[in-house]
Structure formats: C-alpha cells, structure tokens
Design a protein around this ligand. Sequence first.
Ligand SMILES: [Zn+2]
Length: 212
Amino acid sequence: MSPIRSSLLDTVPWLQHGFGTRHNGAWTPPDQTALLHQVHGATIVRVTGPGHHGDGDALIAATPGLWLEIRTADCVPVLIADTRQKLVAAVHAGWRGTAARITEATVREMVGSYGSRPEELVAAVGPCITVCCFEVGEDVASHFPAHTRRTTERPHVDLAAANVDQLTQGGIPLAHVENLGRCTVCEPDVFHSFRRDRAIGRMISAIAIEPA
Ligand SMILES: [Zn+2]
C-alpha cells in the first residue's frame, strides 16, 4: 500500500506528496526530509534544508527536493501548496493546534512572508479522527462551537471541517481544498489511531517540490 494521495494536489505537476498509512513507515528520504518536535502548539517554522528544526507544528519551504514531514495518529495532517511560485507547507493540527488556528496561521504566513496569493493555493486535509469517532468532553468542545455535533449524549467535534474552514478563512477558495474524509479510528487495517490502540504508532504525511 502506497501513501494516500489527494487527487487535487495531484493536479499540480511539480508537486510530490502523500499521507502515509500504518504500512508505510518512514517513506521519505531521511537526508532530504525536514521535521519538527511536534508540541501541539501554533508555531510555524520556515526551513530551507533537511533535519530536525526544533519545536513547532507547521513547516513551510520553497526548497526543491526537500520533503516536509508531519507525524500523526488521529491529529489532522494538512498539506498546502502554492501553485504559482512553488512553495509548500505541512501542518500538524490536533485539537489544541486547531483551537490555536495553526492552519489559518500557516496560510497567512505563506501570504505574508512569501507573497502567496490565497486564490493560487491548494490544500488537502488528510486522514484523522473524524467526527464519527472524536467524542470529547465539554472542555474540548468549548473550543469548537461551530464544529461540535450534539446528536448523541456526548459532543463530537469535526476537526477536519474546522481545518477546512481555517483554510478558506485564510482566503483559499473552497474548490481548492480537498478533505479526504478518512477516519483513522474506523479503518484499523489502514491507519494507526492513538485513541483506538493507545499505542505510539505514527503515520508520516509529507509534501515536496520536485527536485530541480
Ligand atoms: Zn470514525
């Protein structure tokens, strides 16, 4: 099984990407991969080369051949590309990062620091714990009034939809956003899930500009 691809991101000819499954392990070349110590915050790190880049939960780069890697197992992986000027970003958005609006902040950083035009960005929201399985307490639900469903006894939060909304609130047209809609909890043969397994397996999602 290969990493899962977004058909929308696949329309960008120079773009390489994938959302890893539990069968893929570390699938990007280690000496060409940039990664972070993910801390469930809202820190965005701009990088130009491979290696560990300290604490943070989003990476942005314009370096051809450099893979930006995010590790998740229920949290939301978001991959973003600027179709005009070859710029890519990868975001790790758990509920804390989503509440801190890290995905919208990443779009705004691409616009503010790199001159991206939001209408020229495309993005994909990858496999995560979706609303079917993300039952939460009122403390967590209180952060997501617009994305909480109360059709059952306990609230459920739609983190994927919250991140889609942050992408569009950053200015990206909704038609330029793909939500893969795959639930890490519901597909145990495909995905790790921390909530389901209480284990430390992680899946790697990554994005890169093709080598020059
Ligand atoms: Zn589910």
